[in-house]
Design a protein around this ligand. Structure first.
Ligand SMILES: Nc1nc2c(c(=O)[nH]1)N[C@H]1C(S)=C(S)[C@@H](COP(=O)(O)OP(=O)(O)OC[C@H]3O[C@@H](n4cnc5c(=O)[nH]c(N)nc54)[C@H](O)[C@@H]3O)O[C@H]1N2
Ligand SMILES: Nc1nc2c(c(=O)[nH]1)N[C@H]1C(S)=C(S)[C@@H](COP(=O)(O)OP(=O)(O)OC[C@H]3O[C@@H](n4cnc5c(=O)[nH]c(N)nc54)[C@H](O)[C@@H]3O)O[C@H]1N2
Ligand SMILES: [Mo]
Length: 650
């Protein structure tokens, strides 16, 4: 028996360091690695079941597949690579390399994927994407306020007196942050959850505030207004380290308490209590989540939350701050590996509107698509349009472990390895550690790493010299900034490494990365009304605890209905009852769903989860609008307006 240190590469804040045991080339057990102080020696449900439900799942594809007459058929790697290479060179010859779209999803977030991008740059540059279907919006807000996005170490929250979990559900989506919050609670630190949904996290908090979706800016403004009115302001911080305070104060002055409390639909007494606790209990920390990113003007909520932390002087102090997450790729040197300067024909299409963008692109049009670790037909807004976009290309090549909704539009499937079969490094967007990924067993079936696939393609396309070398050689190059800090490559391969010392508190030196060098308050507020009379409800589609992204449990891979939670009053208004089938319509689509009566949801939205398959009629994104946020090129999924009506249930 042997034990190997590796790390989970799935799309999650954890990027957990794992100890994998193997016997006779069979992985027998995965355990959390105690050498990592955030992921702390335990694994989430999804990783605990990973061997059975993912790695050894009978649905995992272990041979290259080619679609002929709409049926997948097994082919050899030689054949698959020859086809991929000849499609690539034909398209380049006829249309130029920018007629190729390389779409990289969020399914795996490792360092070595830089080699995929290098490959495309060596071909002369291809079309890629800009913007994001994940964070983005909040990051741009933080850049405006602080000049950069940095967060407090998750372990620093233990030093707070009060923690506000704002638009995040770590009990389901980040069990390691949840462990820290539970410990904080045991230590007597008050946990407040602000979420329109009574989530698993909310149910275990000391205080739960359930505002209207998309109204957090008003809530943050009213909290700050009370702070000003009761003179709980940190004037020292404001005078010495901030800019635009007067303009910000003027904005607050324009709105009455009545208006603000109405808009967020939170009782003023409750707001007052929280404002005083937050300001007087200093240090207080705010942990923001992805729920805040999902609105056209989501940046306004983030900027008002940052401002609240600033007026109370909760910046630059241990146990304080506004923490969104971490830049998982910041520790690596990508530029020298990716060779962007060689990709002269680069073009970028907006990820939030990828379907329409593919269809509208001309000169040259998109002819060939390479897709790695993503499922855009399922998870990007306006699924049917994304499908139309992918279907419009002459040929689609995908690299994944499983067939998914986007495979319906693909022509060639190249099976890739997982974190139990390959060598790589991974950062995290939930903490500041980098962890090694090491092969535990040889690749299953005929799976190959993306790194090897692109090397084999490079050989066929005459660019092998610049793609050759071992994974280790390239990882050393990518990790150069880490190796410069006295960590050896062997250290990095043997154990997870903390990149920033625990004691480092963001902005403790009061130096901000903005142009002024100060924290910059929001100066102007212009709120757009994007409500639509005919579609009175919002549609929230959050993460499920039981699976990640669109890799749903096997039992879900059957025709059925998306389950949506609806308030009893809304059901009554529409002559619906628990368990009924109903039609949800949005400005761009409609879907037959099954309703679940739920008196814990608010009356202004319908709640469901993301990731259900289009193929089985359970994909919420047939309803979501393909629009971009005002700032940050993000995806405002939850600003989709809908209505619900009964259908014949017989
Ligand atoms: N099990 C599991 N874990 C995951 C994932 C998964 O699919 N499954 N996905 C991973 C990914 S890709 C990400 S980005 C993270 C996301 O991690 P989280 O941010 O924890 O996940 P979400 O479910 O998006 O949670 C957002 C919360 O915001 C709330 N919300 C919605 N609108 C508003 C609003 O207007 N105001 C406020 N205050 N709250 C609002 C939602 O009700 C929801 O509870 O999780 C990662 N972890
Ligand atoms: N309605 C709605 N839509 C949403 C969201 C929402 O809250 N509501 N959340 C958004 C968010 S936060 C995100 S991050 C996106 C995610 O969107 P995507 O990244 O497009 O979707 P995933 O299902 O996470 O895609 C992962 C795919 O990668 C594959 N994969 C996993 N590991 C590997 C690997 O190591 N190599 C390769 N080649 N493939 C691998 C999986 O099998 C899966 O098919 O979805 C967004 N979509
Ligand atoms: Mo995400």
């Amino acid at each position: 028996m042997k034990t190997v240190v590796t790390a989970c590469t799935r799309d999650c804040t954890g990027a957990c360091s794992i100890l994998a045991s193997a016997e006779d080339s069979k992985v027998t057990k995965l355990r959390g690695n105690k050498e990592h102080d955030v992921t702390a020696g335990f694994l989430c449900k999804n990783t605990s079941h990973y061997l059975k439900t993912y790695f050894y799942s009978s649905n995992r594809v272990l041979h290259p597949l080619l679609k002929e007459n709409n049926v997948w058929k097994k082919i050899s790697w030689n054949e698959a690579l020859d086809i991929a290479a000849s499609k690539t060179s034909e398209v380049i010859k006829e249309y130029g390399s920018s007629a190729i779209l390389y779409y990289q999803g969020f399914g795996a977030r490792t360092a070595l994927q830089a080699m995929n991008r290098r490959f495309f740059n060596l071909l002369g540059g291809v079309t890629t994407t800009y913007g994001t279907v994940c964070g983005g919006i909040g990051h741009s807000a933080m850049e405006l306020d602080f000049g950069t996005k940095i967060s407090h170490d998750p372990l620093d929250h233990i030093n707070s007196n009060l923690i506000i979990v704002w638009g995040r559900n770590p009990a389901a989506t980040d069990v390691h942050l949840w462990r820290i919050l539970r410990k904080a609670k045991r230590n007597g630190i008050k946990i407040v959850v602000i979420d329109p949904v009574k989530t698993k996290t909310a149910k275990q908090a000391d205080e739960f505030i359930q505002p209207a979706p998309g109204s957090d800016l008003y809530l943050a403004m009213s909290l700050a207004k009370i702070v000003l009115e009761t003179d709980n302001v940190d004037y020292g911080f404001i005078e010495n380290y901030t800019k635009n305070f007067d303009s910000y104060k003027k904005i607050l002055g324009k709105y009455s308490f009545g208006y603000l409390s109405d808009k967020c639909d939170v009782d003023l007494d409750k707001i007052r209590e929280l404002a005083l606790e937050y300001a007087q209990g200093k240090p207080s920390s705010i942990i923001t989540g992805w729920g805040l990113h999902r609105y056209v003007q989501g940046h306004l909520a983030f900027r008002m939350i940052d401002a609240l932390a600033a007026v109370t002087g909760n910046i630059g102090v241990s146990g304080g701050g506004v923490s969104q997450g971490f830049e998982e790729f910041e520790y690596f040197d990508f530029s020298s590996v990716e060779l962007n300067e060689r990709g002269k024909n680069q073009r970028k299409l907006p990820m939030p509107k990828i379907g329409e963008a593919i269809l509208d692109t001309d000169n040259p049009p998109i002819k060939l698509i390479f897709l790695a670790s993503g499922n855009p037909v399922n998870l990007n807004p306006d699924s049917l349009k994304v499908k139309e976009g992918f279907d419009s290309a002459n040929f689609v090549i995908m690299m994944d472990h499983f067939l998914n909704d986007t495979s319906e539009s693909a022509d060639l499937f190249l099976p890739t390895t997982t974190y139990l079969e390959e060598e790589d490094l991974i950062g995290s967007y939930g903490h500041n550690w980098v962890s090694p990924i090491n092969p535990v067993v040889p690749p299953q079936g005929e799976a190959k790493s993306e790194f090897e696939i692109f090397q084999l393609l490079a050989r066929r396309l005459g660019i092998f010299d610049e793609m050759s070398g071992s994974a280790k050689d390239w990882l050393k190059k990518l990790a150069a900034p880490i190796l410069g800090q006295g960590i050896t490559f062997e250290d990095l391969q043997n154990a997870p490494q903390r990149m920033i010392k625990k004691t480092e508190i963001p902005f403790a030196d009061m130096k901000f990365k903005t142009e002024s060098g100060r924290f910059e308050f929001i100066e102007e507020l212009s709120v757009k009304d994007i409500s639509i009379e005919e579609f009175p409800l919002k549609l929230l589609s959050t993460m499920a605890e039981e699976f990640i992204g669109s890799v749903v449990p096997e039992s879900e891979l059957v025709d059925g209905f998306l389950e949506v939670h609806v308030h009893p009053d809304i059901l009554k208004e529409n002559n619906l009852a628990d368990g009924d089938k109903a039609l949800i319509e949005s400005p761009i689509g409609s879907l037959v769903v099954k309703v679940k009566e739920d008196d814990e949801v608010r009356k202004d939205y319908i709640l469901t989860y993301k990731g259900g398959w289009l193929k089985y009629n359970k994909c919420v994104n047939v309803l979501t609008q393909p629009i971009m946020s005002e700032i940050g090129d993000g995806t405002p999924y939850y600003d989709t307006r809908v209505r619900i009506k009964g259908i014949d249930n017989s």
